[in-house]
Ligand binder design. Structure first.
Ligand code: C2E
Ligand code: CA
Ligand code: CA
Length: 648
């Protein structure tokens, strides 16, 4: 090879080495830059990792905390469930959930021990409802339906069949809930056993609503029953009849046979009424011998009347202790709701008026009267009298008339009877009628006090002018019952400075219907004060001389009804003679009332009657006329009536 060629080759090699050298340098440079990049990446990666670690640590910590919290919560939840179960246990309670869509029930709590149903889900609702007492089922179904339709809470007492098959009382609470399932409505609730409490409450309620003697409902219960039935009947435009029943002269039964026998009669009578339960809605004892019956709504008034008549017939002859038999006379009144009264007070007034109407015709024994227009007129008349009387009491617009009472032997008048007069009455009403209304309304108390006041003023006047004649005043049984009569009279004696011997207190036989010991006590007080006591209208009512003997009585006034027949009826004459003789043998003086004819006068005189009062001698007169009579009779002891122009 030539030198030239070698040089060329050498130069070529040199260049190649140079090129490779520069290529290697470039590669090294690239490597170095890539390494730096890699290093950077690596460092960033490390940073990211570190950051991630921090996050993970933080998250782990948070997770730990959450886990701890969950653990606590689930423990608390378990505690709550345990507590709830304990509460259900203690409360003897069952929880229930009624799923409306499926018509099923979930039952939990003490269902096994209380109801004999194991805690279960989705039992057919009918199965559960069939265990509710048939009388309570309707109410519960209504409760559920109201909860569903109107969201009303359920709160009612029901009897549920218990494990042993008997019914026990439970309190059922519940309300609508969408808590369990959003798609289906649920009613959720509890069921708490409260059998003993309800039974106790029912016992207390029974005592408060029943009469202990007869076991019948009392007035309280009757009023509740009436209100409920009236409301029901009113909305359905139905009517019903009520009957008020009173046993006539029951006090006499007590007095004759003793209280325990009397109680027996009241019980037997209650049983008789119970015997008609298929026709009656309610039977109650209102007070002593007063009973009330509400007949069933569909029973016609004439059927009610027929049934009452049957009760009357049944009581004609009832057996009492020791095989003895007794006849009960009943006064019955019938009235119809709403025709005769839309509210209890009005209806009671109607039925009472009807009953009274029959009672007044007592001589016919038992009575059963339907409330009618005539009775209604009577009631309005009574109302009129009552309101006019109230006003008159306020304005003290009464007066007194005086009827002289003659001594049998002397023809002189020895005393008088003060009789209430009401000038404004204008002949519209009779004295007896007004007095009866005053008695029934209680106004007799105020009226009686005014009469006492007026009479004392007059006795005091007589005393001042030297007319020594006693004066009799009438005191009503109600005054004896509700007022302190001895105190009222003793105050008047002092106020008017009256000698007690100038006063006669007339009491009617009705006073014997009161507690006889109390009456005796009051009359004894009056007697000790030196006041004369007379029994008025003797023979017209309840008394017998047996009663009179127990009381400090001085005079017996024979009722006009007997005197009327003296001289015409041997029987009446016999009675009057017997009363006069017996009274005398017991030391009482006798007054004959309502003597109108000379014939009567003669017979009575022959019988030895001590005093005569009646139109034959004089009608009741004014006070001035009474004084004139005194002047006159002092001089000419003649028949007075011929000298009296005006009568009161
Ligand atoms: P009473 O106590 O029996 O009084 C006698 C009644 O008989 C009086 O009627 C008198 O006018 C009447 N009378 C007397 N003699 C005869 C007669 O021969 N024939 C007839 N047909 N009647 C005669 P009056 O004044 O209408 O009194 C009626 C009743 O009103 C009284 O009967 C008495 O129960 C009662 N009353 C009168 N005033 C009072 C009073 O101030 N207080 C009380 N609680 N009741 C009174
Ligand atoms: Ca009298
Ligand atoms: Ca009388």
């Amino acid at each position: 090879m030539s030198e030239n060629n070698v040089n060329i080759e050498l130069s070529y090699l040199r260049k190649k080495v140079g090129r490779e050298k520069s290529a290697r340098m470039q590669a090294e440079l690239l490597l170095e830059s890539k390494s730096t990049e890699l290093f950077d990446i690596n460092r960033r990666l490390q940073d990211a990792n570190q950051h991630l670690d921090v996050i993970v640590a933080r998250r782990t910590k948070a997770l730990k905390a959450t886990t701890q919290r969950v653990e606590v919560t689930s423990e608390e939840l378990q505690n709550t469930v345990n507590r709830l179960n304990l509460v259900l246990d203690i409360a003897n309670a069952v929880t229930w959930l009624f799923n409306v869509r499926n018509q099923t029930m979930d039952i939990a709590g003490k269902s096994e021990s209380l109801l004999g149903i194991e805690p279960t889900k989705a039992i057919p609702a009918d199965t559960v409802l069939s265990r509710i007492h048939e009388n309570d089922r309707k109410e519960l179904i209504e409760g559920l339906s109201l909860a569903l339709k109107k969201g009303e809470a359920i709160n009612l007492r029901c009897r549920l069949m218990s494990r042993n098959g008997s019914y026990r009382w439970f309190l059922i609470n519940g309300e609508l809930s969408s808590l369990v399932s959003k798609r289906s409505l649920c009613v959720i609730g509890s069921c708490i056993e409260m059998h003993e409490q309800v039974e106790r409450e029912r016992e207390v309620w029974n005592i408060a609503n029943h009469d202990t003697l007869t076991g019948l409902p009392n007035r309280n219960y009757f009023e509740t029953q009436f209100s409920a039935l009236a409301e029901e009947s009113f909305s359905s435009s139905e009517s019903f009849t009520i009957a008020l029943i009173d046993i006539n002269d029951f006090t006499q039964i007590n007095d004759t046979y003793g209280y325990s026998m009397g109680d027996g009669v009241l019980r037997d009578f209650a049983d008789i009424l119970r015997g008609y339960s298929e026709y009656t809605h309610h039977v109650a004892r209102l007070s002593g011998d007063e009973y009330i019956v509400i007949f069933k709504t569909n029973l016609a008034i004439w059927s009610a009347h027929e049934l009452c008549q049957k009760v009357i017939d049944r009581c004609v002859n009832i057996s009492i202790q020791n095989g003895e038999r007794l006849g009960l006379n009943l006064s019955m009144g019938l009235a119809v709701f709403p025709k005769d009264g839309r509210v209890l007070d009005d209806l009671m007034q109607s039925v009472y008026s009807a009953m009274q109407d029959g009672k007044q015709k007592k001589h016919i024994g038992s009575s059963c009267v339907l409330y009618n227009a005539a009775i209604e007129r009577e009631r309005f008349r009574e109302k009129d009298i009552r309101s006019a009387l109230k006003a008159a009491i306020k304005s003290k617009s009464f007066d007194l008339a005086f009827q002289p009472i003659m001594c049998n032997q002397s023809k002189y008048f020895v005393g008088s009877e003060a009789l209430f007069r009401w000038p404004d009455m204008d002949g519209k009403w009779g004295v007896q009628e007004v007095i009866d209304v005053a008695e029934n309304s209680g106004l007799i108390l105020d009226l009686g006090e005014q009469v006492i006041e007026m009479a004392f003023a007059k006795i005091s006047h007589l005393n001042e002018i030297g007319v020594k004649k006693w004066m009799a005043i009438n005191i009503s049984p109600l005054q004896f019952q509700l007022q302190d009569v001895p105190q009222i009279i003793s105050k008047a004696l002092i106020k008017y400075n009256v000698d007690p011997a100038m006063l006669v207190v007339e009491v009617t036989e009705n006073i014997f219907l009161e507690n006889i010991n109390r009456v005796a006590d009051i009359l004894n007080q009056l007697s000790k004060m030196g006041i004369t006591i007379a029994i008025d209208d003797f023979g017209s009512g309840y008394s017998s001389l047996r009663y009179v003997q127990m009381l400090p009585i001085d005079k017996i006034k024979i009722d006009k009804a007997f005197v009327d027949h003296v001289g015409s009826s041997i029987e009446s004459q016999g009675i009057v003679k017997a009363v006069i003789d017996m009274s005398h043998s017991m030391g009482y003086k006798v007054v004959a009332e309502g003597v109108e004819t000379e014939g009567q006068l003669e017979v009575l005189k022959d019988m030895g009657c001590d005093y005569i009062q009646g139109y034959y001698y004089s009608k009741p007169v004014s006070f001035d006329e009474l004084i004139q009579l005194d002047d006159f009779s002092k001089n000419t002891p003649l028949v007075l009536k011929t000298h009296l122009g005006r009568t009161l």
